[in-house]
Design a binder for this molecule. Structure first.
Ligand code: KG4
Ligand code: ZN
Length: 336
């Protein structure tokens, strides 16, 4: 095997992800999702997620190894998301990583899920510069982070709903299926984004976000209508409000830190309007945007393996054998 072999394990939410990186190359990115089991509840039920991880773990590892043409004994180091996320789900991944580490006598790195969402782009677009801004938008997080050579820093986050959660909740108001993001994206294609002036919360120079007011504004608007509603216009106008705020704050973060590289990650990074608007505004601001392909934006094992590979490459010490699963892992910690 040429190159260091890193096995990455991701279980912070409802996706069991196993990634294998050899050197700087992604060899496998196997995924099992409990989203179908969650759909009838309209959101992620933590207990269902952790049980599904337990069932999926061994078969997903086997699938990844087969895809990569790698035996477990070829693995040089193991990386696992140790936070932030659902604690029961994280525990399945962390326990698996520790068991594999002990059985194979290999180092284990407990890594920060948010940093992994940024570093994964190295697998698609090559090495990242020392300092980058990450805009991470999914069902669980809405964060602006700065990742530098020394560590990472939180610049802003949502004060209430996550961006993806807002898509999911508004989709429900519009009788669109779960998960709501892709459904709204699709529906909005036929709509006019300027039809309804939904609010852009938190003006001024904050880098935080708030989406619960926007969700309420959509609800109020729908309740106030009598007669037929053009659902595509509501979807497009809502999507425009979210994309506007996310892209504006991300570029403001670049401006005020002087960092000229932006990585967008998380499930909402698949949104067509967000991708277009952030690219357009970044071009104007002289910022280089990097958005990994959708399969690397949503939660997956490759991102964890990518961060593990970077930690090994930079000579980071592995985590102590008793490192915990931490649901609210501090943003400052890339690994622990
Ligand atoms: O990263 P992810 O797969 O899982 C976590 O939440 O960690 O993100 C899922 C979220 C869901 O809320 C889903 O509605 C949203 O990403 N999403 C989208 C799109 N595709 C997925 N939101 C907007 N537009 C999309 N095309
Ligand atoms: Zn995530």
């Amino acid at each position: 095997m040429t190159g260091v072999v890193i096995l990455g394990i991701e279980t912070s939410c409802d996706e069991t992800g196993i990634g294998i990186v050899v050197g700087e190359e992604l060899r496998a990115n196997a995924l099992a999702s409990s989203v179908d089991e969650q759909a009838r509840f309209g959101g992620v039920v933590p207990e269902i997620a952790s049980r599904a991880h337990l069932e999926a773990m061994v078969p997903t590892i086997e699938r990844a190894c087969a895809e990569a043409g790698v035996a477990l004994t070829d693995v040089d180091a193991i990386a696992v998301t140790s936070g932030p996320g659902l604690v029961g789900s994280l525990l399945v991944g962390v326990s698996t990583a520790k068991a594999l580490g002990a059985a194979l006598a290999r180092p284990v790195y407990g890594v920060n899920h948010l940093a992994a969402h940024v570093v994964v782009d190295e697998l698609e677009h090559g090495p990242l510069p020392e300092s980058v801004i990450g805009l991470l938008v999914s069902g669980g997080h809405t964060s602006l982070i700065a990742v530098g050579p020394e560590g990472m820093e939180a610049l802003g986050q949502t004060l209430d709903d996550a961006a993806g959660e807002a898509f999911d909740k508004v989709a429900r108001l519009l009788d669109l299926p779960f998960p709501g993001g892709p459904a709204i994206d699709e529906c909005a294609r036929e709509g006019n984004p300027e039809a309804i002036a939904f609010p852009r919360a938190l003006g001024g120079d904050t880098l935080d976000f708030s989406f619960s007011g926007l969700k309420t504004a959509v609800l109020r608007w729908l309740t106030a209508q009598h007669g037929e509603v053009r659902r595509a216009d509501v979807a497009a106008s809502f999507q425009e409000a979210v994309a506007d705020v996310l892209s504006a704050r991300a570029l403001e973060a670049c401006r005020c830190t002087g960092v000229d590289h932006l990585v967008v990650g998380g499930g909402v990074a698949a949104n067509s309007r967000l991708r277009a608007l952030v690219t357009e505004r970044a071009d104007r601001a002289g910022v280089q945007v990097r958005i990994p392909r959708p399969g690397l934006c949503t939660d997956n094992g490759a991102m964890v393996a990518a961060l593990g590979a970077r930690l090994v490459r930079t000579g980071r010490a592995p985590s102590p054998s008793d490192f915990p699963a931490t649901s609210s892992m501090a943003v400052g910690e890339i690994a622990r």
